[in-house]
Design a protein around this ligand. Structure first.
Ligand code: UT7
Length: 324
């Protein structure tokens, strides 16, 4: 029997209107444009308006992806949404988006793998399509991470932004996703986390607000090392050499981490999609935002080989090797 692949047939993304530049940040945080640019590559980030939720951004990205794919919401078998900043505790943001799209009845659920959320969601969707259980799946990565930022903490507040991206996957006899690799190591939980929650208890006293805590330097080191072995493993799983890759579409946390991964793959920065300068770190939103930018700007063309990868809190790390 012929192999069934999951193919990306449409992409979309959404960003809040408000842009906060490094210069804007300088006005109320003890930081500098120079520090932020040289340490991270970030120049600006988009910030969700008051009342604008992860689901609002996810919906817009999804509508654009469906339109690009020429697929009606009612045709979807499943919606998988990567997020660590859901609108509410439950129902899942995927269910909220499903209802707003008018896709009621199909499976819909969130995946929380922090910054690896979209690539994890893509891995799950790929498995459902490959096994024949689903034909058309909407995969979304969406976040309003700035909702859990302490604007007094310069170590973290300069790094994050809000945004969403989405793809529509379809079962096809043509490749398609060749391989996905998903990993986690909860032993690193305290290096990057937001230790506030339902069962552990909500705490809103000054030192325990709902905010991200990160040991930046340690995260940086593990990320570079882990992504090095992840990209090797992914190429092997997909039966491909690095020289066959057309594009690297990495998680957009830090330009120096992205450059290290490109170097490992012997790829020039011309073959790497970089949006961290414009969007900062949008967690689950980052890879699909970069992918949609790459597709709509005409950089990524049909038939090209793409390597997607992400690393985030947990730690989690994940990748996908695919022909676009
Ligand atoms: O998406 C999930 C994965 N997350 C990541 O991949 C993030 C990984 N980590 C990083 O990207 C980097 O570690 C950071 C960008 C967070 C930090 O860069 P760094 O080169 O590792 O800097 P550092 O933390 O070692 O700090 C260097 C100095 C410190 O001052 P001293 O101790 O050298 O005097 C900090 O206090 O920079 C200072 N600093 C700042 N200065 C100006 C820290 N934040 C800022 C700031 N503005 N915003």
């Amino acid at each position: 029997m012929a192999q069934t692949y999951a193919r990306i047939i449409g992409t979309g993304s959404a960003l809040p209107e408000r842009v906060l530049s490094n210069a804007d940040l300088e006005k109320f945080v003890d930081t500098s444009d120079e520090w932020i640019r040289t340490r991270t590559g970030i120049r600006q980030r988009h910030i969700a308006a008051e009342g604008q939720t992860t689901g609002d951004l996810a919906l817009q990205a999804a509508q654009r992806a469906l339109e690009a794919a020429g697929v009606k919401a009612s045709e979807l078998d499943m919606i998988v949404l990567g997020t660590t900043t859901p609108d509410i505790i439950f129902p899942s943001t995927a269910c909220l988006v499903q209802n707003r799209l008018g896709a009621n009845g199909c499976a819909a659920f969130d995946v929380n793998a922090a910054c690896s959320g979209f690539v994890y969601a893509l891995g799950v969707a790929n498995s459902f399509i490959r096994s024949g259980q689903s034909k058309k799946v909407l995969v979304i990565g969406a976040e309003t991470l700035t909702r859990m930022i302490d604007w007094n903490e310069r170590e973290t507040c300069v790094l994050f932004g809000d945004g969403a991206g989405a793809v529509v996957l379809e079962a096809s006899s043509e490749p398609g996703i060749y391989a996905t690799c998903l990993h986690a190591d909860g032993g690193y939980k305290e290096l990057l986390w937001n230790p506030v929650g339902v069962s552990a208890g909500f705490r809103d006293e000054p030192n325990h607000g709902v905010r991200i805590k990160m040991a930046g330097r340690e995260v940086f080191k593990v990320a570079v090392k882990t992504l090095d072995s992840l990209v090797e493993q992914t190429l092997q799983a997909g039966g491909m050499e690095a020289s066959q890759l057309d594009w690297l579409i990495p998680h957009q946390a830090n330009l120096r981490i992205i450059e290290a991964t490109a170097k490992r793959l012997n790829m020039s920065m011309e073959q790497v999609i970089v949006t961290v300068d414009q969007h900062a770190n949008t967690s689950s939103g980052s890879v699909p935002l970069a992918l949609d930018y790459a597709v709509r700007s005409g950089k990524v063309q049909r038939g090209q080989n793409l390597l997607l990868e992400a690393f985030g809190g947990g730690f989690t790390w994940a990748s996908a090797l695919l022909r676009y």
